[in-house]
Design a protein around this ligand. Structure first.
Ligand code: NAP
Length: 262
């Protein structure tokens, strides 16, 4: 049985994860953590269960020796300290929260390697998003002019999305860096051409009604290719989270991307 703590359990992803952990016979929901948590928040989530789950509001109070895996769906401002805390206490982190900088990821990877602890940071736990990134990397070998459009609900805090950034990074592994569009182009409104990653433009849409969606557009001479994925419901991320929770303790490093453990 794998003992799991869910950080950010009151949130949209955290609450979905709590239900998935309870429903999976291989996992035990041992604790939940959320800055402003109250017992009643957990009872609201799992009122029909007779669970023995500890609710924490203060990280320092967590009985770390009773936890195997820390699932994090919190906030970009909290995720670095949370993952550092988990690693320093011998807990394997499974991280869905986006917003970690490259420098922070490197720092966390060093701690994990020193302590030989397995962990995963997945910008997207959806299988369709992982496939989109792999297909996009394949296509970019032949069609190196690329723009990315990511679309999310209007409560999302960071932009571009972790998935869009990861897509650009994966494409950059096979694409020679170059300027796209007209070198003389000017923006009549700042930001009109989007963010820039090695010459690839990334556009972030925020609208009510959306969950998480991405398009990668390739243009060649006389042809174009569009690859698109849609996450319509947060449940779509749960099979990826479950695989990570089940497998992560077998590793001795902190990896980035669900594809590393599939
Ligand atoms: P959300 O509904 O706002 O939930 C975040 C929860 O974390 C809230 O309950 C919040 O509490 C809590 N929180 C904030 N700071 C905290 C801290 N320092 N320690 C503990 N808990 C804290 O957000 P969400 O939609 O669930 O998304 C959470 C994260 O997951 C975001 O970064 C999002 O981009 C990411 N995400 C990733 C994937 C993926 O597949 N990797 C998919 C979807 C979303 P308060 O409300 O009291 O502030």
């Amino acid at each position: 049985m794998i003992n799991v703590l869910v950080a950010g359990f009151k949130g949209k992803m955290g609450a979905t994860t709590v239900q998935m952990i309870i429903d999976n016979p291989k996992f035990k929901l041992t604790a939940v953590y959320d800055l402003k948590a109250q017992e009643k928040n957990l009872n609201e989530l799992i009122e029909y269960q007779n669970q023995d789950v500890i609710v924490y509001r203060d990280k320092e109070e967590i009985a770390t020796d009773k936890i195997d895996v820390w699932v994090d769906f919190t906030h970009p401002s909290a995720v670095f300290e949370n993952v550092k805390f988990a690693l320093e206490h011998g807990i394997s982190p499974v991280v869905g929260t986006t917003g970690l900088t490259a420098q922070q990821v490197t720092q966390l990877q060093e701690i994990a390697s020193q302590r030989k602890i397995g962990g995963l940071i997945a910008p997207n736990f959806g299988i369709s998003a992982v496939l989109l990134m792999q297909f996009a990397k394949q296509a970019a070998k032949y069609l190196p002019d690329v723009e990315i459009i990511e679309m999310h609900h209007d409560n999302k805090l960071d932009a571009p999305s972790g998935t869009a950034l990861n897509t650009a990074k994966m494409i950059a592994e096979v694409r020679q860096e170059h300027i796209q569009g007209n070198p003389q182009e000017t923006e009549l409104l700042p930001g009109a051409r989007g963010a820039d990653y090695q010459g690839m433009k990334i556009h972030a849409i925020r609208l009510p009604g959306y969950v998480a969606h991405e398009q990668v557009l390739f243009g060649g001479k006389g042809e174009a290719l569009t690859i698109r994925q849609d996450s319509f419901d947060r449940i779509s991320f749960m099979s990826g989270v479950a695989v990570a929770v089940e497998k992560i303790q077998k590793y001795q490093e902190l990896m980035v991307g669900l594809e590393n453990i599939l």
